[in-house]
Design a protein around this ligand. Structure first.
Ligand code: HEM
Length: 433
């Protein structure tokens, strides 16, 4: 973003609010972060944050503005800069180790048209709702196994650590083609990848580094690439019907998919494919514990489960932001956005926009419609959304009939991240039917 104008009329966000939105630590406390978003929506729905050490950026908090920016993928690019917010020192480090480029991961998120469409079409068919619905029986078997495991705890457990982390991991790794014995490794790498700013997830040898975020990404990506290079080669040699084989043997623009883009796909699916769903699953239970009328409603009428799933995803919004940059001067909400200005798209804020959701902080499975924006919007909208919803629905269908009552048995804890994350721990006590 240009830092000076002849007459600067941009609305400048107060320093304390700007720091809350940008700082990974704020996201460990819902009251703090949602409080800042509420203030912004009410007072400065599209304003500029200038926090020392970061590029100046527009913070986009309104549901309508998020849709407007996201649907216009030519005017607002993902990838001319970093699509994930990092401080300037971290971006400088990434460029230094990556031939001057910020594209350290060649996933769909790091692509713009027309490249994005070419690579998205490799798997877009596989993720269509009609295809995903055929996986229901297979997913239900995995859900039953997970529920049996949860019920084997003696009335008390950590719903995240003992349960919610493992089921979506098992689902995606099974469909993907990663063997079960490697799931703990995938989970650890994912937690490091999304938890680069969380002291409990950081690698000790990097934790004190001034560019810890960029170094953690570089380290975890190297491990992921090493792992997937081998698996990808094996699937080229001997393909089967898993998702990994589909990607490894795909052709883009008439050529075999390059190594970097194949690895970009593998890492996106091996990370985003379960962490988000785990958080939303835990958030759904937490929401019902805080607002118990929802528990009564869904227990009385299991046909409400799909609405519980939507509300769990809205209320949790596990993807906290993606970045865009303007490709030319334009207007948004009456403000002039200059070419190469950066915008931070705040999904959790859009999901609590009172203009769209009445009593937005309330967890309420009766919302209708529930047009949340937790999956994004436009051409980059979440590829895995139908799978995420299927696996959550099936899980609650299998779990809820076995539970007579559930209560909180301790304070829930959230991951320190401004990117992707949510529940780290949700201690519960339960009785069985
Ligand atoms: C509740 C669960 C999930 C949530 C809330 C979520 C949210 C998101 C969001 C906000 C985006 C960015 C959209 C945008 O830029 O407009 C995204 C993209 C993406 N998600 Fe998800 N996601 C979830 C589950 C999954 C699953 C299960 C998978 C894979 C199996 C997945 C794979 C992807 C991929 C590959 C992209 C990049 C799409 C692109 O840039 O074209 N996600 N997701």
């Amino acid at each position: 973003m240009a830092t000076t104008f002849e007459s600067d009329t941009r609305p400048m966000i107060p320093d304390d609010i700007a720091r809350i939105v940008i700082s990974p630590k704020s996201y460990t406390n819902d009251e703090v972060v949602y409080g800042a978003f509420k203030w912004l929506r009410e007072n400065m729905p599209l304003g500029v944050a200038e926090v020392p050490g970061y590029d100046p950026l527009w913070i986009v908090t309104k549901h309508a503005d998020i849709r407007e920016v996201e649907k216009n993928a030519k005017l607002f690019h993902n990838a001319d800069h970093n699509p994930v917010l990092n401080d300037q020192a971290s971006d400088a480090f990434t460029r230094e180790i990556n031939n001057g480029s910020l594209r350290i991961l060649s996933s769909l998120t790091y692509m713009d048209p027309p490249e994005h469409g070419s690579f998205r079409s490799v798997t877009s068919n596989w993720f269509l709702p009609g295809k995903i619905s055929k996986l229901e029986d297979q997913v239900r078997v995995l859900a039953r196994q997970s529920v049996e495991n949860l019920l084997s705890f003696d009335g008390e457990c950590d719903f995240v650590k003992d349960f919610a982390l493992h089921y979506p991991l098992r689902v995606i790794m099974t469909l993907f083609g990663v063997p079960p014995e490697d799931e703990p490794r995938m989970l650890k790498l994912t937690q490091e990848f999304f938890g680069v700013h969380d002291p409990e997830e950081q690698r000790p040898e990097i934790a004190a580094d001034p560019v810890v975020g960029a170094k953690m990404w570089a380290a975890t990506l190297e491990d992921f690439y090493g792992y997937f290079d081998k698996l990808s080669a094996a699937r080229r040699e001997q393909p089967n019907d898993d998702l990994l084989s589909l990607i490894a043997n795909s052709r883009v623009n008439g050529l075999p998919i390059p190594r970097a883009e194949a690895n970009g796909y593998y890492v996106a699916i091996a990370t985003a494919g379960h962490d988000t769903t785990s958080s939303s699953t835990a958030g759904g239970l937490h929401g019902m514990l805080l607002y118990p009328e929802n528990w009564d409603k869904v227990k009385a009428d299991p046909a409400m489960i799909p609405k519980l799933v939507d509300e769990a995803i809205r209320w949790t919004a596990p993807v906290k932001h993606f970045m865009r940059n303007a490709t030319e001067d334009t207007e948004l909400r009456g403000q002039t956005i200059r070419a190469m200005d950066r915008l931070m798209i705040c999904y959790p804020s859009g999901c609590r926009d009172e203009e769209v959701f009445a009593d937005a902080d309330r967890f309420d499975i009766t919302r209708s419609p529930n047009q949340h924006i937790a999956f994004g919007f436009g051409p980059h909208m979440c590829l895995g959304q139908h799978l995420a919803k299927l696996e959550m629905r099936v899980l609650y269908e299998e779990l809820l009939p076995h539970l007579k009552s559930v209560e909180l048995a301790g304070e829930p804890r959230l991951v320190e991240t401004n990117f992707v994350g949510g529940y780290k721990s949700l201690p519960i006590r339960f009785t069985k039917n």
